[in-house]
Ligand binder design. Structure first.
Ligand code: GDP
Length: 620
């Protein structure tokens, strides 16, 4: 499928030509018919001699409605510029061409209409004029065809020129993420909300759940149409009318984007490569306000020039657009800026979710240059740097790459050591990725944290993993992948719930060693009723517990290991023989106090050796 957009000065014959070609009057509104003037977008379609259909978006040529023209021209494949032979090139001929150039519309053709009103010499001059204005822009060299909608002369040639251009068109990219920038929404009684637009970047199907960006409202596709025909499925590069359930017509405005849920995050600041068109009447100044057109949306924005105070006509520069309301856009989208009803410039979105930058700051400008012109690998690296680690799907959306090609690039990058991929799964959704530099700095941070932890607590086995995780500000999911990798890299050693540096060892001082020996002797003296207050430092006692030199059954009760084992053995045997044991039984059997007996049994419950039944314990 193929979408043709008209362009050209008011009254040059666009709507008449579309009508003559398609039999469909693109002027829909009563006001348009009454005034004989195209105000808003019109839609028609043409069946080519070869059988294929092309959609036609007819735009208004009047200077007051350039905003409407911009809403329709977004997704087109081919521009049909209309120039009236009696008037030749006029202001909106130039403005529309400048817009097509800014939007990087590479294909097109020119119909010099109203041929019936002029003689051949004049026609020749007009054709020369047209060729002149095309020079130096994307449409340079486009075929120029004289026609008359009134006599029908030249129309077959025009149709076959459209067919030729359509035949060698490159297929629309399918990123698997449909976006329908909405140019109209209305209600049909009995059906509900209908939205229309030119579908890009992916397909849509009936029944599918969709989201409206930037509002985030969700809906379901109840029906789809192209050229008034019902379809179950529509491919990118098609004019689409989508009937939605779950969404009121008032919830939708022109400029909203219909897409799959969950990925297209609204933004209010975007970094761009901005070109001021040579014919702009004035420079673009830092901090000036302008209207920004992206897709079918129109928003007021403050333009922050990142390199200079002003950008003169013909100049290109880095800029940030601070929008006065959120919009939905992706890297690589084109935009146009206008102010006081004139087009000043436009360009390409480089980073759709920009931070505030220091102006005239080299690293920022260099990063933007990579995002704009770098290879996919460069773009992936720069995008990961923005938020490390990056989740695969987030990254693909941010870089606006095809998932399969991102997968392939990242695999190559991982094998070259440029990126570090967490976990063992194949690169895909849910997998987190670091740059090599980001990973090294994370490993450094982990090492520094553990280093200081070990020097604060030299007798502890290590730091609780949870503490390291919160230090590294990671979600549990990302942390478990990171920890695995840190172990593989020999940065840390995992030990149960603890984590430590590989070289960490625990060493008691000779004083501590002496104290320990004294304490162990003390435990042996009255093994079932050892001293309740340990004379040891808590850290030293902790080490003994870790090493199994003592068994801690409660906050205050610590037994020697042989006494402990004996007690467990005796309790188990007791229960085996008599079926159950009470606190009093333990006390009497071990000739100890109730407190010790109680502490032991509670501990055995926790160890899942015993289980409490009423006042007694049985074996588990
Ligand atoms: P638009 O504003 O570019 O859409 O222009 P319209 O299609 O509304 O045409 C403007 C006027 O030019 C109308 O009065 C048309 O009838 C007239 N017109 C359009 N095409 C031709 C043509 O090929 N020959 C002549 N003689 N008049 C034309």
């Amino acid at each position: 499928m193929y979408v043709v957009g008209t362009a050209g000065h008011v009254d040059h014959g666009k709507s008449t030509l579309v009508h003559a070609l398609t039999g469909i009057d693109p002027d829909r509104l009563r006001e348009e018919k009454e005034r004989g003037l195209t105000i808003d977008l019109g839609f028609a379609w043409l069946r080519l001699p070869g059988g294929n259909e092309v959609s036609i978006v007819d735009v208004p040529g009047h200077e007051r409605f350039v905003n409407n023209m911009l809403a329709g021209v977004g997704g087109i494949d081919l521009a049909l510029l209309v120039v009236a032979a009696d008037e030749s090139v006029m202001p909106q001929t130039r403005e529309h061409l400048a817009i097509l150039d800014l939007l990087q519309i590479e294909r097109g053709l020119v119909a010099v209409t109203k041929k019936d009103l002029v003689d051949d010499d004049w026609l020749e001059l007009v054709v020369a004029d047209v060729e002149d204005v095309l020079s130096g822009i994307t449409l340079e060299g486009a075929p120029v065809l004289p026609v008359s909608a009134r006599t029908g002369e030249g129309l077959p040639e025009l149709v076959s020129a459209i067919e030729n251009l359509a035949a060698d068109a490159v297929a629309r990219k399918d990123l698997g993420r449909p976006r329908l920038p909405i140019d109209r929404s209305f209600t049909i009684s009995g059906f509900g909300t209908v939205v229309t637009g030119t579908l890009i970047d992916g397909a849509l199907s009936v029944g599918q759940e969709v989201e409206l960006a930037p509002s985030g409202k969700t809906a379901r596709v109840r029906g789809l149409q192209t050229h008034r025909k019902k379809l179950a499925h529509v491919e990118p590069g098609t004019r689409v009318a989508a009937n939605l359930t779950g969404l009121a017509h008032e919830d939708v405005i022109r400029g909203d984007v219909l897409t799959t849920p969950g990925w297209l995050k609204p933004t209010e600041a975007i970094d761009v490569r901005l070109k001021v068109i040579p014919s702009a009447p004035r420079p673009v100044r830092h901090n000036m306000f302008a209207t920004v057109h992206i897709g079918s949306s129109e928003t007021v924005a403050r333009i922050r020039l990142l390199e200079k105070q002003r950008a003169e006509p013909g100049e290109s520069t880095w800029a940030q657009l601070k929008l006065d309301r959120p919009i939905a856009a992706v890297r690589g989208d084109h935009f146009v800026i206008r102010s006081n009803q004139t087009t000043l410039g436009g360009g390409t979105i480089v980073d759709p979710h920009a931070r505030r930058h220091r102006r005239r700051y080299r690293p920022v400008l260099e990063r933007l240059a990579v995002l704009a012109e770098g290879s996919d690998q460069d773009v992936l690296l720069k995008s990961i740097e923005l938020s490390e680690p990056s989740e695969f799907q987030w990254l693909v959306n941010r870089a606006n790459l095809q998932p399969s090609s991102a997968q392939c690039e990242l695999t190559k990058m991982a094998s070259k050591g440029l990126v570090v991929v967490l976990g063992e799964r194949a690169i895909g959704p849910g997998v987190h990725i670091f740059t090599a530099v980001g990973w090294a700095s994370l490993a450094g941070e982990a090492r520094a944290f553990l280093d200081s932890y070990h020097s604060r607590f030299p007798l502890r086995k290590g730091a609780p993993k949870e503490e390291l995780r919160s230090r590294l500000r990671m979600t549990p999911e990302v942390f478990s992948g990171a920890l695995l990798r840190l172990q593989e890299d020999g940065v840390v050693v995992e030990d149960g719930p603890m984590v430590r540096l590989p070289e960490h060892t625990r060493q008691l001082s000779s004083d501590q060693q002496r104290e320990v020996e004294g304490y162990l002797r003390l435990l042996e003296r009255d093994p079932y009723s050892p001293p309740r207050e340990s004379p040891l430092d808590a850290e030293v006692l902790g080490l003994l517990v870790d090493e199994g030199q003592v068994v801690r059954v409660s906050e205050t009760v610590v037994f020697g290991p042989s006494a402990y084992e004996e007690m467990v053995e005796r309790v188990s045997t007791y229960i085996t023989e008599r079926g159950e044991i009470t606190v009093g039984d333990v006390r009497d059997m071990l000739r100890t106090s109730r407190k010790y007996a109680m502490a032991l049994l509670v501990h055995l419950d926790q160890q899942r050796i015993t289980r409490r039944v009423g006042d007694a314990r049985v074996l588990r």
